[in-house]
Every structure is written in structure tokens, then in C-alpha cells.
Design a binder for this molecule. Structure first.
Ligand code: 13P
Ligand code: SF4
Length: 388
């Protein structure tokens, strides 16, 4: 009883936002360096070649894959997970090379957590995250100075994993922490043990949904627009607020609306609706359940055969669940395809190219966070990881 939506419209990828934090690939001359030639590798031989390169590298390489990756890539992952699980895996990985099939901020976090002898590789440097790009370090520092000009407000910054290493470092340096969608409430509770207000970066929706579920009323939350003076707020509003929400969002999750939920319930009586906490407040309120990617997988997998689910998250995860659970109905909440175009940039060709280069002794597309940024970003990540 599965409901699959296939992604054939590759024009969806054209014009996808380019992350501001990309660095030029560090390509050294050698066998297999030219990526363009990999575009010509026939689909029929890709699997075999990836498996062969993987086998040659043996324990030297660990492949990590986020749940939003396409099937042709994620099937090669040694560890599959959400960003929290993958950050534990990165911290504990044994291999010399960590090949991260995910997006730029995830590979940066792996680079911050890696051991000295390891290198982190992102198979396509264009795999960014439009939400992470919505909080620029200069803007965040500007916000912090404006808040400081209002007196001693005792603000603790929390940044979602989906942010640049510079923002993570900023939070570490200012007594804050990182969170993911799986542990945002625990990190917020931790923050309120240390300060009076939370500055939540960069996802407005995750911050609001988490704070509301912790019992903080909406009228004690304000939104900080980095393009407005005082974020578009009065000094009085800032003094009264308990949560300051950065004006950022995920373009994939923000698409879901309460109308999608009404339609799913109308067309499939008895269906349960589960949505990612990056969805708008009205959507999370109308849904039956909220779950991070791991939370969504657990809830649906644990439900009895015959259960019906409408899911508000990225389509690759929804389709995979639908395929893996043929006795359930698992469908996307929005029938027009909700693909994360930047996750989709990692192709089997990119993975093969990165692995072939490692076999040839070339580390391509290495993600490397500078030492100062790494130091405080690690502080912020360790605070999160200690709340396990
Ligand atoms: P998770 O923290 O659930 O892995 O989500 C990451 C993400 O990018 C969701 O859009
Ligand atoms: Fe970023 Fe949204 Fe893609 Fe997640 S789904 S990586 S938040 S753009």
C-alpha cells in the first residue's frame, strides 16, 4: 500500500541557492581528478565501481549518509542517520577519511569533531543549506552588539546544527551551545539554567515550536530580522521577550501548510500526520505528531501494519519509508515534490569521484575549518553532545 513520488524533474535543481561558505576544492593532480569525466560513467557500472573503490580503501574510509540523501548514494553509507546521530558517528569514526554524504554544515561539524589524523570530504561542494546561509556571522555579531547596548540581558545563544562553523563558534565563545532537531528542547532547558533569554539561530520555526512545547507563550517570543534596526523590535519588546528567534527558515519544510493536513485527512480518513519541527507553527499545531528525521522514522516504523501516515519532511526519506514499509501507507503531506535540492547534489558520480581520488592518494573536496573557529565551535558542539 505504498505511495511513492518519483523525482524526475531535474530542472528543480537549476538555480538552487549557493552556500556563501563554499571553498575551492583542493584538487591535486593525479589519476581520476577530473570530475567531468565521471559524468560519462554509465549508470550500470557506477555501483560496481563505487563498491570496488570502497573495498580498496577498506577501513581507511567511513561513509556517512543523511536520511535525505538519494537511495543510489545512501545505500553505500556505513552509517545512516539524522544530523545528531551522524555527529556522534563522526566523533567516533575510525577511518582516516570521513566521506560525508550530506550538506556543507554537516561536513563542517564532522571536521570540528574529527581526530587529528582524519580528513572530512564532501563529495560535492555545492551541497549547501539555504537555511544555514540565512545567518551570516557579521549579522549575528551585529545583533549581539545591539542586544548588549540594551543592558545586561543575560542572553544565551543556541544555534541549530544547520548553521556555519562561524556561527557555532560564536555560540561557543558566548556561553551557548549547538542543538539539532532531536535535542533542541534539552538544549533550551540547559540554556534557561544559565540565562534569562535565548537567542535561537537560524531557524525561526524550530525555535518557536520547541519553546512553545516547553510552555513559553508566543507573546514572549520575538523575531529578529537581521535587515532591521534592533531586528525590527522596540527595546521594550526585547526586554520582555524570553526567546529571540532569528528570521531564517527551511524552504523545503516551510512549504507545508495546514491546508495540506486538511486535505490528507479528508482524502484518507484515519491518517496520522507527522511533521518535522522545521515546519511552520500552524502546521506543527495541526499535526498529530512532531518528529526530527529519526523521530519520524521511529514513530512510523513502530506503528502497526495498516497504519496510514502523511509526512511533512523531505521526499527521499518519505519515499524510502514507503518502500521499506509496504504494509503501511506512507505519503508526503504535499503531493508536489518536496526535495532538498542541495542534498540532491550528491550523486553516485560525485561519490565515486571522491573515492577514486582517495584510492589514487588525492584528498579532494576536503572540508577544513580553521583552528580558531574550530576551537569555540567544538566547545558549543561538546556542550550539546554532553547532554546525550
Ligand atoms: P535532522 O536534524 O532531523 O537530521 O534534520 C536536518 C535537516 O537539515 C532537516 O532539514
Ligand atoms: Fe537545509 Fe532544509 Fe535542506 Fe535541511 S532540508 S539541509 S534545512 S535546505
Amino acid at each position: 500500500m505504498s505511495t511513492l513520488i518519483s523525482i524526475t524533474n531535474t530542472s528543480l535543481l537549476v538555480g538552487a541557492p549557493q552556500p556563501a561558505t563554499l571553498r575551492a576544492p583542493e584538487i591535486e593532480p593525479g589519476v581520476g581528478c577530473d570530475f567531468d569525466s565521471y559524468l560519462l560513467v554509465p549508470d550500470t557500472s557506477l555501483d560496481e565501481r563505487i563498491a570496488a573503490a570502497r573495498a580498496k580503501l577498506g577501513r581507511d574510509v567511513v561513509i556517512l549518509g543523511h536520511h535525505y540523501q538519494r537511495d543510489e548514494v545512501v545505500k553505500f553509507a556505513d552509517f545512516r542517520g539524522d544530523s545528531l546521530r551522524l555527529s556522534y558517528q563522526a566523533a567516533e569514526a575510525e577511518g582516516r577519511y570521513i566521506v560525508f554524504c550530506g550538506v556543507h554544515f554537516m561536513a563542517e561539524s564532522a571536521d570540528i569533531l574529527r581526530r587529528e589524523h582524519q580528513a572530512v570530504i564532501l563529495p560535492d561542494l555545492n551541497a549547501g543549506c539555504s537555511m544555514a546561509d540565512m545567518a551570516d556571522i557579521g549579522q549575528v555579531e551585529g545583533c549581539w552588539s545591539e542586544l548588549a547596548s540594551l543592558g545586561d540581558l543575560k542572553v544565551i545563544p543556541i544555534t541549530y546544527m544547520n548553521s556555519t562553523a562561524a556561527i557555532k563558534s560564536f555560540t561557543g565563545e558566548h556561553s551557548g551551545a549547538v542543538c539539532t532537531s532531536s535535542n533542541a528542547a534539552a538544549v533550551m532547558r540547559w540554556a534557561y539554567g544559565r540565562g534569562e533569554k535565548v537567542l535561537f539561530l537560524p531557524d525561526e520555526h524550530l525555535g518557536r515550536n520547541t519553546a512553545f512545547r516547553m510552555g513559553i507563550p508566543l507573546d514572549q517570543m520575538i523575531v529578529w530580522d537581521p535587515y532591521e534596526e534592533l531586528g525590527g523590535n522596540t527595546p521594550e519588546q526585547i526586554h520582555a521577550a524570553r526567546v529571540i528567534l532569528w528570521k531564517g527558515y527551511c524552504s523545503v519544510h516551510q512549504r507545508f501548510t495546514p491546508r495540506h493536513i486538511e486535505r490528507a485527512r479528508r482524502e484518507h480518513p484515519g491518517i496520522r500526520v507527522i511533521v518535522h519541527p522545521e515546519c511552520r507553527f500552524e502546521v506543527t499545531q495541526a499535526a498529530d505528531q512532531i518528529g526530527s528525521t529519526e523521530g519520524i522514522i521511529k514513530a512510523i516504523t513502530a506503528s502497526p501494519a495498516g497504519s496510514k501516515w502523511a509526512v511533512g519532511t523531505e521526499i527521499h526519506l518519505v519515499n524510502r519509508l514507503s518502500k521499506e514499509l509496504p504494509d503501511h501507507l506512507v505519503m508526503s503531506l504535499d503531493s508536489s515534490v518536496c526535495v532538498c535540492t542541495t542534498m540532491f547534489r550528491i550523486t553516485p558520480q560525485h561519490l565515486l569521484w571522491a573515492l577514486d581520488n582517495l584510492v589514487a592518494g588525492n584528498v579532494v573536496n576536503r572540508i577544513s575549518v580553521d583552528e580558531r573557529t574550530r576551537h569555540f565551535a567544538r566547545v558549543a558542539l561538546d556542550r550539546m553532545l554532553s547532554l546525550r
